[in-house]
Design a protein around this ligand. Sequence first.
Ligand code: SF4
Ligand code: SF4
Length: 535
Amino acid sequence: MKLLICSCPEVPFDLQEVARELVDAGWQAHLTPPMCTPAGLREASTLAQKPGPWLLAACNTARHAGLFRHLMKEPQVIDLLGCAGPEEAVGAILLALEAPTRPPQATLPLHQAVLVIGGGVGGCQAALDLAHAGFKVYLVDSSLSIGGTMAQLDKTFPTLDCSICILGPKLVEVSTHDHIELLTYAQIDKISGQAGSFRVDVTLKPRYVDMSKCVGCGACAEVCPVIVPSRWNLGLKPRKCIRIIFEQSVPLRSTIEREYCIDCRMCAEACDRKAINLEDVPRARCLEVGAIVLATGARPFDPSIKSEYGYGRIPSVITNLEYERIICATGPTQGALITVQGQEVESLAFIQCVGSRDRRFLPYCSGYCCTASIKEAMIALEYHPGAEVTIFYNDIRTSGKGFEELYRRAQKAGVRFIKGLPGAIREDGAGRAVVCYEDLLKGGRRELTVDLAVLAVGLQAPSEALPFQDGPPERDGSGFYRSRHPILHPLESATPGIFLAGTSQGPKDISETVCQASGAAARVMAMFATLRQAH
Ligand code: SF4
Ligand code: SF4
């Protein structure tokens, strides 16, 4: 075996000394100029043409994997940056040089199908792009419908489009595409294998309604006597034990939540289609795919942990997602801007950075929330042009296209911006929220009493781990999936064959999520092109 050593300037020890020791030990070692420069690449390419096999010793192997593959097929690389000094580098290289030649790997079958985990807007976009390119796609979601958080929003920024109006057609396109198989209300039990050849065990949870017979008419829910809080509406609205999760749900099918069901069978009597099946059981599926896109999303920060804001204790303190449900025409108040207790809302305060940029909770900026609050403030003024709307901020960060313009429009429309995050929120005798703050520009401690205080909560990584047999893809310190490289390979995880879309990789707004999902789909296609050549 012969050795190419890249004289990478990032390696903090003497590589000439390393090369000398290896030559003294009887190995053919070539020290090239840095391979990421034209001169180094030229020299390495010329040497690599000569009969091998070759071993490469270079800097961070993940960052330059494409470059090394350009030099030689299946390169074996020693990461010099992982070595503490020249002795360790020589030791690692000798170990690899003296190891018996690797036996050829048994060729696993290449499955030309893709699993997309998560049916939010990012997962749907990735699934559609891959399906349009001819791949078979399994789109798996744990909830009853695809759509994710975007389906719960009233409007999107910066265009103020009705959220479900632009998302709904995409959901329908997903459900009707010949190449996409939608597996909702599904749980992933095990993921094993490697890039090109994964096996995924999935359990489809029982809905107690035959999906092939149900037409989503809702007659069953009308007669069901059991009423429970709707998680979809964040507990703000009751629903029946059997229900369609929301009006534009995809699939548009009923499901019984068995733990609340009293077995009265009134739904079965009301259903002309004979779709009710109270004896339904879980069903297992085994999927064989070549690549996996993680579009598992993020979860909102729980503001009850930040107890000074009184969330959960003071009814007039709500989260921004609860506000979205309230102002949404299909929400608990049918879109009327009133408190859940039915009182008119004439004054609102939006509190930024709840959980975010706070070393106690989420040390990073969640990115989406400044513009989201500006949008929500504008909607409040649409409902009540005379309302007093205030945004308490630390810094306003509106870096997306059209976001700054929305900020200016909000200022012109009369939204008041106060620099200074409130220290506390308390309740007055009338159930209103008293926001206690310090105005950092004008100075002085003040209080503002409002009908509704809306907390712009941060985004955090989902807590549940996917059951990868060989360990899940790496996560960063905040729990989001770590990219293979944050700048050069943001859409690939550190595990080959596993790609990242949307907020599974870090906080993002909707348009960024869609861009990233399309990018991840393109990376999947590129991976298949490379694997096909190898097969
Ligand atoms: S289960 Fe029957 S009654 Fe209920 S929505 Fe489906 S078809 Fe209609
Ligand atoms: S059987 Fe269960 S789901 Fe059906 S109507 Fe009775 S309580 Fe509701």
